[in-house]
Design a protein around this ligand. Structure first.
Ligand SMILES: Nc1nc2c(c(=O)[nH]1)N(C=O)[C@@H](CNc1ccc(C(=O)N[C@@H](CCC(=O)O)C(=O)O)cc1)CN2
Ligand SMILES: Nc1nc2c(ncn2[C@@H]2O[C@H](COP(=O)(O)OP(=O)(O)OP(=O)(O)O)[C@@H](O)[C@H]2O)c(=O)[nH]1
Ligand SMILES: [Mg+2]
Length: 461
């Protein structure tokens, strides 16, 4: 029962709460097999071969009461999920039965795992790095095929290896600087500065390439934030319902029907969208509507894509013009809705106002132009992210933030060299870069960060 650590033995239910055919209670640690064996009637689990599964019953050793009929998997360190001894009890699904088994394990000496603690141990025991741990969570939360692909890719360690290589290169140049400092000669100083400069430029370039994939990664993970905006009653909620293929939002002929922001995830032609229906934007004295309008404006400012809906059956209003101005700098699509009625606004009307995009003439009511809206979403999406599906994508804010910090310290290196600062000062910024990259993989991450990060995981993971 050789384990690589001295951590205590933890237990948790690893399947979602609720009724199901089977639930899994998982144990990890030195005492996993002994504790499981203590409550198990069947084979002697302390004697079985690793990676075997056994039929039997869970029996409370205190009163010999039989609790459940189960299958128990025994996986001995180090080739396990945590690199510790792992036992998984496959019991009958059901909240009460599963909880009773967990309680029994706690009663005989296991400790209730914290959220993410199994994965944390896999990290602490060196099986995975932080980027892989984070990808486990991304995998669970993935809402689209692409998001899942990105997560699997990161779980395979591709980002980790790239970061590790960058750190290795920085380390080599830092080591060389040390040697040069030990033998200070004028030429050496020149040479060292040159070396630092070249490396800083090269690493900065690679970080830039990674960051360039960040936006795409974030969109795949969270969905392209798409705000449907327009003044009241133009058909925003009708369009949302169409795109969702579901009557989610309330639609009426009363202006001001939608009063709050409504968010829904949907896949439009392979593009993951976080669709945001908003309250019609206009000047109002209504207390509730006012708040709704403020929220609409916030959603608008945070959106990756804006769908601006105009009611083509009415002449362009002052509010329409304001919205056209307000969204001019954003990636947007203009929809001239209610084309089934007599049109007062045409594409030419907008072109005359200096609008460069071609509006989509549509009617949500008679289902005209709707496919075109969907196709345009796809075009705008891939247009914006250059459809160069790179293998490695940085997708979470923690990683992006650290890459930006690493990049900033490289710029400090270059600035310092340009100002002719002594090499040993420049060296400090280079070391900061190395540290920041190390935080991404967890090699130089502070304890609090690790604790905080894993606490966001779900229980039993
Ligand atoms: N029953 C069960 N199913 C599960 C999991 C689990 O923990 N239990 N997993 C939980 O997420 C996922 C599988 N992930 C795993 C990842 C690594 C190892 C593991 O034992 N790795 C060792 C040895 C690999 C080998 O035998 O070659 C290692 O990497 O050293 C196990 C599961 C999904 N399915
Ligand atoms: N004729 C016609 N009516 C439409 C069309 N699209 C929506 N409507 C109608 O316009 C009215 C307003 O639609 P909504 O979808 O509630 O409009 P909204 O923009 O969400 O309105 P607020 O939430 O009040 O800002 C409803 O009576 C819809 O049935 C269309 O293409 N043609
Ligand atoms: Mg509405």
């Amino acid at each position: 029962m050789a384990t690589v650590t001295e951590y205590d033995t933890i237990a948790a239910i690893s399947t979602p709460p609720g009724e199901g055919a089977i639930s899994i209670v998982r144990l990890s640690g030195d005492q996993a097999v002994a504790l499981a064996n203590h409550v198990f009637k069947g084979a002697n689990l302390t004697k079985v071969a690793s990676h075997t599964i056994h039929y039997g019953h869970i029996v409370d050793p205190r009163d010999q009461q039989e609790m459940d009929e189960v299958m128990v998997s025994v996986m001995l360190a180090p080739k396990t999920f945590t690199r510790e001894d792992v036992v998984e009890i496959n019991c009958h699904g059901g909240i009460v039965a599963t909880n009773r088994i967990l309680q029994l394990l706690l009663a005989v000496g296991a400790r209730m795992a914290e959220p993410g603690e199994f994965t944390k141990r896999a990290f602490l025991n060196g099986r995975i790095d932080l980027t892989q741990a984070e990808s486990v969570m991304d995998l669970i939360r993935a809402k689209t095929d692409q998001a899942m692909k990105v997560a699997l890719n990161q779980l395979d360690g591709n980002l980790q290896h790239l970061i590790k290589n960058l750190r290795q290169e920085i380390l080599q140049v830092l080591a060389q600087v040390e040697v040069n400092i030990d033998y200070p000669e004028y030429d050496e100083e020149q040479l060292t500065a040159q070396m630092l400069r070249e490396k800083a430029i090269q690493v900065e370039h690679e970080i830039d390439q990674l960051l360039a994939t960040a936006n795409q990664g974030k969109i795949l993970r969270e969905g392209l934030a798409t705000a449907i905006i327009g003044r009241p009653n133009v058909g925003k909620s009708s369009l949302l319902n169409y795109l969702l293929h579901e009557d989610k939002a309330i639609v009426t002929d009363v202006a001001g029907t939608t009063r709050d922001v409504l968010e829904e995830y949907v896949n439009v032609q392979g593009v993951p969208l976080k669709l945001i229906d908003t309250a019609g934007i206009h000047d109002t004295n209504d207390k509730v509507e006012k708040i709704g309008v403020a929220r609409s404006k916030k959603a608008l400012s945070e959106a990756d894509l804006v769908i601006l809906v105009l009611d083509a059956s009415e002449a362009l209003t002052k509010e329409d013009r304001q919205l056209l101005d307000l969204t001019a700098q954003q990636k947007r699509m203009i929809v001239l809705n209610k084309a089934d009625l007599t049109s007062q606004i045409t594409p030419a009307t907008l072109a005359a106002l200096g609008v460069t995009e071609d509006p989509i003439v549509a009617s949500v009511k008679t289902k005209v132009g709707l496919t075109k809206i969907e196709t345009e979403i796809k075009t705008l999406f891939f247009g914006g992210i250059e459809n160069q599906q790179k293998d490695i994508l940085v997708s979470n804010n923690r990683q992006i933030g650290l890459l930006q910090q690493a990049r900033a310290s490289l710029q400090q290196v270059l600035a310092g060299l340009n100002q002719g600062l002594p090499v040993d000062l420049v060296q400090i910024d280079m070391t900061t870069c190395w540290d920041k990259l190390g935080e991404i993989t967890g090699e130089s991450a502070p304890d609090e960060l690790i604790t905080q990060l894993f606490s966001q995981f779900c229980l039993g993971k």
